[in-house]
Design a protein around this ligand. Structure first.
Ligand code: NCD
Ligand code: ZN
Ligand code: ZN
Length: 350
């Protein structure tokens, strides 16, 4: 049956393998939007102060569960923020006791709340070697921070200068190239026979760099890594719909108050949680690959992380275009919801 005529699609409940839930008022406002559609999420640790230790991750996990509205089920999968002072024993304890599922590497200065991240990879080598021994994945924000390097080239340069040497030095370390944005990144992952995967965001599947700049500056499309040329967006779509187990959904839904985005130096991040599954259905439908959506959103991620896929199912239903909320209210102000720029026909059935 041609995909264009599908009006319903049932799949295992998806997970989000890269998510920012923040804390406090923001956490309470955004969490229900993820928990409505997703069973689990890899929760990013870039709070202020960052989630560095096993104890901090356990406490953050408890705050997330306490913020979950009655009647919703959701399992936060915690990560540890890698610093040059991180203790390998604490990391191993966090992983082996189930408190944390991955460590996150932010090159210092690369993105939101990354200043406590890593400047010198040699300093964290004992941690990385221990992780390789116990099979704990390292999630990477894959951009160099060198101000000489053009912002649109920072992922490709990271792959050459950091990722390839790291692969050679610690080949058993399991890596996730988070929010891959380039053909270069896709090609790198495809070249790795094992231990490497990549997450792909919602927004990088639908916007290219024109969205940020054409016709005026549009802060709600500014995220890191910054969206690239159309050729790169197409490479991401091809990877996502290919069924290749190395690529899976990590929305990187990254809410910031509108007040923090709409200013002369605005924050990076797109808030996609409320619309991700609808957008993905449009993207996969347009690629005539709706039958691959379950692999991308519900199967490939758990396989990489060594977890069972969810048993529960959701149904996406195609109908007349619907209008998602323009913004989600928090106690501290509104957060604009990502607008893909095309009508959304698909909705997750209740
Ligand atoms: N993606 C973003 O643009 N922002 C993220 C950080 C990140 O994932 O790099 C955030 O925490 O706001
Ligand atoms: Zn990042
Ligand atoms: Zn992120």
């Amino acid at each position: 049956m041609p995909h264009r005529s599908w009006t319903r699609l049932t799949l295992r409940r998806p997970d989000d393998w890269h998510l920012h839930l923040r804390d406090g008022a923001m956490l309470r406002a955004v969490l229900p939007h993820t928990a409505r559609d997703f069973a689990r999420a890899i929760v990013m640790p870039n709070l202020v102060p960052p989630v560095v230790t096993a104890a901090q991750a356990a406490a953050y996990r408890d705050r997330i569960l306490a913020a979950l509205p009655e009647g919703l089920r959701f399992e936060p999968l915690m990560t540890l923020y890698l610093t040059e002072a991180t203790d390998p024993d604490d990391v191993a304890h966090a992983f082996l006791s189930g408190v944390a599922h991955a460590v996150k590497l932010y090159p210092a200065g690369a993105t939101t709340n990354s200043h406590a991240g890593v400047r010198d990879l040699d300093k964290v080598r004992p941690v990385l070697e221990r992780m390789a021994e116990i099979g704990m994945p390292l999630c990477l924000h894959g951009e160099v921070t060198d101000s000489e390097v053009d912002i649109f080239d920072r992922e490709a340069v990271f792959i050459d200068r950091v990722l390839k040497p790291l692969r050679r030095r610690i080949p058993d370390l399991r890596l996730v190239l988070e929010h891959v944005t380039t053909q270069d990144g896709v090609d790198f992952v495809r070249d790795q026979p094992k231990n490497v995967a990549a997450t792909i965001t919602t927004h990088h599947l639908v916007i290219n760099r024109n969205a940020i700049l054409a016709g005026g500056i549009r802060p709600h499309y500014y995220c890191l890594p910054v969206a690239k040329r159309e050729t790169h967006r197409i490479a991401l779509v091809q990877a996502a719909v290919s069924g290749d187990r190395r690529f899976f959904l990590g929305t990187d839904s990254a809410p910031h108050l509108d007040a923090a985005k709409l200013q002369p130096c605005g924050c990076a991040g797109c808030f996609t949680a409320p619309v991700t599954m609808s957008i993905l259905a449009e993207v996969f439908e347009a690629a005539e690959a709706l039958d691959q959506l379950e692999a991308f959103a519900s199967l490939n991620g758990p396989r990489f992380y060594g977890l069972p896929p969810n048993e529960e199912r959701i149904t996406l239903v195609r109908g007349e275009p619907w209008s998602p909320p323009a913004a989600v209210a928090t106690d501290e102000g509104p957060v604009t919801v990502f607008d893909p720029g095309f009508p959304l026909h698909w909705q997750v059935g209740s």
